[in-house]
Design a protein around this ligand. Sequence first.
Ligand SMILES: Cc1cc2nc3c(=O)[nH]c(=O)nc-3n(C[C@H](O)[C@H](O)[C@H](O)COP(=O)(O)O)c2cc1C
Ligand SMILES: [Zn+2]
Ligand SMILES: [Zn+2]
Length: 717
Amino acid sequence: MASQESQMQVMDGANGASSDEPASKRVKLDTPMQDSQDAPEIQKTDRVKGVAPIKQEYLILAPGQTGAAEENAAMDDDAAEGRTAPNPSDKRDARDARDGGGRDGRRKKQKGGQNKEREFGTFSDAIRLCNSVAWTPEFSPRPCKQGERCNGLHDLRKYLKEGRRADLETFGGKCPVWETHGRCSSGWRCLFVSSHMQEIEREDGRKELVLTVDSTKVASGDDVEGDEAKPGVVNMVAPQVKVDLSRKKVDLNKSEAYLAWLGQDTERYRTHHHKQKGDEDVAKDYRAQYIEPPFKPSEKRRLYFGPETPTLAPLTTQGNLPFRRLCVELGAQVTYSEMALGMPLLQGAKADWTLMRAHQSEVTPPRYTPTSIIRDYDNAKDLKFGVQIAANIPWVAIKSTEALTRFLPHLRLVDLNCGCPIDMVFKTGAGSALLDSPSKLERMIRGMNAVSDDVPITAKIRMGVRDDKPTAQKLIERLAFGSPEMRDTAGAPGCAAITLHGRSRQQRYTRAADWSYIAECAALIKSYEKKSDELADTIREADANTLPNGGKMYFLGNGDVYSHVDYLDHVEKAKVDSVMIGRGAIIKPWVFEEIEKGQYLDKSASERLTYIEKFARYGLEAWGSDELGVNFTRRFLLEFLSFFTRYVPIGLLEYLPPSINERPPAYRGRNDLETLLASKNYKDWIKISDMFLGPAPAEFKFQPKHKSNSYEIEAEG
Ligand SMILES: Cc1cc2nc3c(=O)[nH]c(=O)nc-3n(C[C@H](O)[C@H](O)[C@H](O)COP(=O)(O)O)c2cc1C
Ligand SMILES: [Zn+2]
Ligand SMILES: [Zn+2]
């Protein structure tokens, strides 16, 4: 198979405009926006709602005709948001097999035969190589733990000949992990191993196979062998910690003490509250009986969110480490883990702890323009990467926060998910269900704040559960100040930032996010800054530790952002501190570069292909370049492509701005590669993955979460 470089040359005829300019380093908010020369001024009147205005010459169908695929695409973003879509009753965690239980290709059995989750097939070598020989020179294996009972292969030469597929020829046959890091954590199982092995003649004349290491590239401290060794990856938690968690051997003593107090306090609060609602004496009563918690929250690191920190949203499945690494490279300043569930974290589940890993580029400080207004923020101590958890009950939120902050050295913040709409989460009382349980939510945030040491606590919310009943404003007030009783006794809950997604749970992606509501909330929070200064003066024993960021609660807006124009518009008009971007970043990861440069970038198809190549490289680094790692990379690359192929090159558009809510009618690109990158047929996506990951094994299956994307007739027609 030809290398991807030569393929790109063959396929990419036309050149994209304006993508080779050097990146400017700072966001200039006052820079006038430059539209691409290709596209004329906005002419709203000519636009058909919901349909991307593609120039006539690129259309395949007659004007006005759209395929069924487009009609379903928006709706199916709901499916993509869930882990186990399209069937919302599916309970299986799609990530189980990415690490841990599935590392060797086995899949955990589900109770009740409910494994309706999309199957990707299992991938493993024909004959399994024993770990004792997987990273060592041929003549010096480690002792095999299984001894006599081991059914792994110990004969390296036999394994290389019969145990595995032939080496891949992509990346010029050179292991991309080894090329970057000077060693390869997949050892002899690497599907590019012939590029980093040698046969050496020993003094006695015997010939030994050894893995080569490029010591000029190996960073000091890098663990050179072993499955857990992943160069460039941080927040790796030792297997023993997970074992201890699963055996309940980890003493989460802060949480225990706090929860004991919380139990009593909640009881006191309830009794008084239920006696006589709204009675002045009730609050007084509660105050009189208030007992201090066992300890106070520690002082938190201060955060900063500003116009220069465009933020990548937490994205289940899509927001994996390789994808976030790509986004950071393209200018994302703040990143979030995929949502982890509190309970499995506490049980030591590998899959959920694996989600907490980050790339080293994510632990560098976010961009920051010093101004006098920001109090005591130390940019050098800040980092980009935060984690998100979901929990349905305070003790789960509190204990998992203590565990996260104890075992993960690189955390910007712990964010509590109060927006997840999917049934599986909602029905347990977590995610968006918390929007209707403000007291519970307040207790969670207070408790998380109490046990998280110096790590700030934040929340991500929606407008409300139901469309006709937005509750975010009340909730924001609650998160800023706490209930009146608690405020007087314990101070503010200590929420350092809130992100508001401008949709209700009920609302599907077909309707636009409500930025005027987001703007109202931003104004409300601005009005609090003064109030919180006043409160800080009047609250009994005002405690700075309950007022994060010196009393400033940051506010981010989220929803439908697809370009620098949307971004700047919201910063300026809605007056949010910063903007979080979800689907826009998956469809167009260089949206961050557009924001940085303040202009549209008409990326050529070959340039877009380099992003796919990067994803593949980063995937192999993160998940391994052995059979299993290659196919995990393939699976997540295909998930990425299910969004990435939705991008309509702006050079093909009749009018700007492009909108995330507009679907393209069937069209062809300016060259074959551009057409291929617009395909809605997942078989084409597999072809694209083949360019970098070699042919998919026969067992490989892919069923896109977007049902519409398996609609093939149009793409084949
Ligand atoms: C595929 C997908 C996965 C998501 N996963 C999460 C998640 O794990 N946690 C979360 O808070 N929101 C999640 N969301 C919601 C996004 O973070 C974001 O709030 C939403 O997509 C709206 O922003 P956008 O219009 O920029 O996409 C997800 C959304 C999508 C499309
Ligand atoms: Zn063995
Ligand atoms: Zn390798």
